[in-house]
Design a protein around this ligand. Structure first.
Ligand SMILES: [Zn+2]
Length: 441
């Protein structure tokens, strides 16, 4: 039987690929043997089995399916921006096979029925695993805590009021305690609104020059400090979302050394772009936390390198074109991330020699799986065959044609990036194929 992109067989070999294993990429070419959705065998050299359909990987990197701990799929309530199905396709296009969705939909995911809704819609789309988080507080109002137990039973993998911080420290402490009993993390959008006020971009030289209200670093730093102290006091697992300041990276690094159960993520835009990008008042550079200063970018990259930060997460936040055409100060916060994350990592971290490709892929697969204890993110015998074929040398200029999201608000439109997923497989089944990266046979 011949290999066919149109009809993927139940058993096949992927050959001539470099294999990701434990934050390293094999120098020698190897193979992956997939049988009925599982990895039958993986290794360097030639496969022992013959006579199976063969997909020639042409020297590309065979990596575990990428995992994103932070996406906004907008369904229910804002389907004009994104649906669980369109977001799942954007994920597959970026090489992802698992995503963790945020609960700030309309209405919010704040009870087990809503959690189940997201799980079911994700399965229906069938393009990547969608793991929902639940809100910490009812309606994300910051007052009454949700029923965590019911929501975990329905499939919630953590809790967060993301989009907004939990202003009430006692509520946060309680949430950490309850989540600890259930073995799941509390994901913190660490922001002190009394400090940040009505800021729309990072508070510094450019906000002053552009006449826009600034968001001081202290807003993120103060909130991160509080969260760490509450995690220390309760023993709960704190996961800090979208870390963007030098100070927050340093605090998280120290807390880990002191044994606090804290993990953290950073977004591609926070290790690649600085606040000067706001100079033309383009809302494509408006997000929360905001693009900060070169020293923050350096600290975030360093944190990803030395382990202070655990993983890369996109904070994929679709908004309609009309909303992103508002004036900078009126436009909503947030940008897309799934389709460009790997390329931004290769372009800004690997090509700049901040880290090697193996570490980058680890930060986008094995490491985020570890944060949540998900049984994915590794290529090993017996594991589910979630994998992606990545070309780390493929150069492309980002255009709307490359975006599978319903929205178009990418910060990288028009920019030349290097690195792209050629094909993505979920449980051995093809979810994405880019013929420009790996041609048709
Ligand atoms: Zn957030």
């Amino acid at each position: 039987m011949q290999w066919s992109w149109k009809r993927i067989p139940a058993e096949y070999l992927v050959t001539n690929v470099k294999i990701y294993q434990g934050a390293k990429i094999s120098r020698r070419l190897g193979f992956l043997h997939v049988k009925k959705g599982r990895i039958e065998q993986v290794g360097v050299g030639a496969p022992s089995r013959e006579g199976l359909p063969v997909l020639d990987g042409r020297g590309m990197v065979c990596a575990p399916g990428l995992i994103d701990l932070h996406v906004h799929f907008r369904e229910p309530g804002q389907e004009e921006k994104e649906t669980i199905a369109s977001g799942s396709l954007a994920a597959a296009c970026g090489g992802f096979t698992s995503v963790v969705s945020m609960p700030n939909t309309e209405p919010a995911i704040d009870h087990s029925g809503m959690v189940k809704y997201v799980v079911d819609r994700g399965k229906e789309a069938g393009l990547c695993r969608v793991f929902p988080t639940g809100a910490i507080s009812k309606g994300r109002q910051g007052e009454q805590m949700c029923e965590f137990g019911d929501m975990v039973a329905a499939g919630a993998v953590g809790f967060t009021d993301d989009g907004s911080p939990v202003a009430n420290g006692a509520l946060m402490a309680n949430a950490l305690k309850f989540a600890r009993m259930l073995g799941v993390p509390i994901i913190s959008h660490a922001e002190d609104l009394s400090i940040v006020g009505n800021g729309v971009m990072h508070g510094g030289y450019w906000s002053a020059r552009l006449g826009l209200a600034g968001m001081a670093r202290a807003g993120e730093d103060a909130a991160t400090f509080r969260e760490i102290e509450l995690a220390r006091a309760t023993g709960g697992h704190l996961h800090v979302a979208h870390v963007s300041t030098r100070g927050a990276v340093a605090m998280i690094r120290r807390a880990k050394e002191e044994g606090v159960h804290v993990t953290a993520e950073a977004t591609p835009h926070h290790f690649s772009l600085d606040h000067s990008r706001c100079r033309d008042y383009s809302p494509l550079f408006k997000m929360n936390p905001p693009l900060r200063e070169p020293e923050d970018i350096e600290a975030v990259a360093e944190g990803l390198t030395d382990g202070a930060l655990d993983c890369i997460a996109t904070d994929h936040a679709p908004h309609t074109a009309t909303q992103k055409e508002y004036q900078f100060d009126q436009a909503p916060f947030g940008v897309l991330g799934l389709e460009t994350a790997f390329a931004v990592g290769v372009t800004y971290l690997v090509k700049n020699k901040v880290m090697d490709l193996g570490r980058l892929i680890g930060l986008m697969s094995e490491r985020p799986a570890g944060v949540l204890g998900l049984p994915y993110g590794r290529l090993e015998e017996g594991a589910v065959a979630d994998f992606t074929l990545l070309d780390p040398d493929h150069t492309w200029t980002v255009s709307v044609d490359h975006l599978q999201s319903r929205s178009r608000n990418s910060s990288y439109l028009g920019e030349e990036l290097t690195g792209k997923a050629g094909a993505t497989f979920l449980r051995g089944r093809l979810t994405w194929h880019d013929e420009d990266v790996i041609g048709a046979e």
